[in-house]
Write a protein that binds this ligand. Structure first.
Ligand SMILES: NC(=O)c1ccc[n+]([C@@H]2O[C@H](COP(=O)([O-])OP(=O)(O)OC[C@H]3O[C@@H](n4cnc5c(N)ncnc54)[C@H](OP(=O)(O)O)[C@@H]3O)[C@@H](O)[C@H]2O)c1
Length: 241
């Protein structure tokens, strides 16, 4: 098979969960540019965002509601790629409390598991794939976010377990670990002062951009990665070196 046009997603149906903003919006935009028909999700109604959703099909979804995930999957008749870019974090030591810890595990890990299992039958039918988004905190750990760190580490192992289970049915499952990308999730860490310090030490001297992460996701979703499954690709400009 020729790999020259491997990043042409024309005729492919792609769902980017958490595509309403930040990295997910960058991933969704990259798939759109590559020719795919792209659906995205966000927690609020579509007119509640500044991003332009006109070329996407938008679905409102909160993964804390299991029925909502089931209802979303029922809306699809065909799917080639499910990219899960959903992620949440709590501040002010809330993740040290049981309620906060459970909330983040529920969104980042249990929600991811249900998304994978609900969309698996559609992906098996097309010999499609899943790409999750974890984090470099799976390697280094985040100081004030035990639930976020644990949920993302769990997501890496979930990716491996599902890849092992589903590989023989033709469905690949991989995950991308971003470094620091300024988004609403990282607003506390990506101010000008932090950026200046980051530039002085990071091997690639800039913050990441959503399109950097999209590069990893499109690679994993493409025939270039036809023999890659259960893997974590770190896209962090060398942060973890
Ligand atoms: N930014 C970074 O430096 C960085 C680094 C490592 C990993 N990551 C990971 O990258 C992914 C994207 O994060 P981001 O930085 O782009 O943050 P973001 O801009 O806040 O995007 C997070 C996405 O998840 C959605 N979401 C949040 N809670 C949800 C819930 N309960 N149910 C369904 N959807 C929910 C958000 O919807 P709304 O737009 O409606 O809030 C949004 O679409 C996350 O998995 C994050 O953990 C980010």
């Amino acid at each position: 098979m020729s790999l020259v046009n491997a990043l042409d997603f024309s005729g492919k149906h792609v769902l980017v969960c958490g595509g309403s903003d930040g990295i997910g919006y960058g991933v969704a935009s990259a798939f759109l540019e590559a020719g795919a028909e792209v659906s995205i999700t966000g927690t609020r109604p579509a007119d509640n965002y500044e991003n332009d959703f006109r070329r996407f099909t938008f679905h409102q979804l909160d993964v804390q509601d299991p029925d909502a995930i089931t209802a979303l999957a029922a809306k699809f008749i065909e799917l080639d790629v499910m990219a899960n870019c959903i992620g949440s974090v709590l501040w002010k030591k809330e993740e040290f409390e049981r309620a906060g810890f459970e909330k983040i595990i529920n969104i980042n890990l249990t929600g991811a598991m249900q998304l994978c299992t609900e969309f698996y039958p559609l992906l098996r039918a097309t010999q499609g794939c899943i790409v999750n988004i974890d984090s470099v905190v799976t390697i280094s750990a985040a100081l004030n976010n035990p639930a976020y760190s644990a949920s993302k580490a769990g997501l890496v192992q979930l990716t491996k377990a599902l890849a092992k289970k589903w590989g023989r049915t033709g469905v690949r499952v991989n995950t991308v670990a971003p470094g620091m990308v300024p988004t609403k999730l990282t607003v506390n860490q990506s101010g000008e002062e932090n950026e200046a310090a980051f530039k002085k030490t990071n091997p690639i001297p800039r913050f990441g951009r959503p399109e950097d992460i999209a590069g990893g996701v499109l690679f994993l979703a493409s025939p270039l990665a036809a023999y890659v499954t259960g893997q974590q690709i770190v896209v962090d400009g060398g942060l973890t070196l």
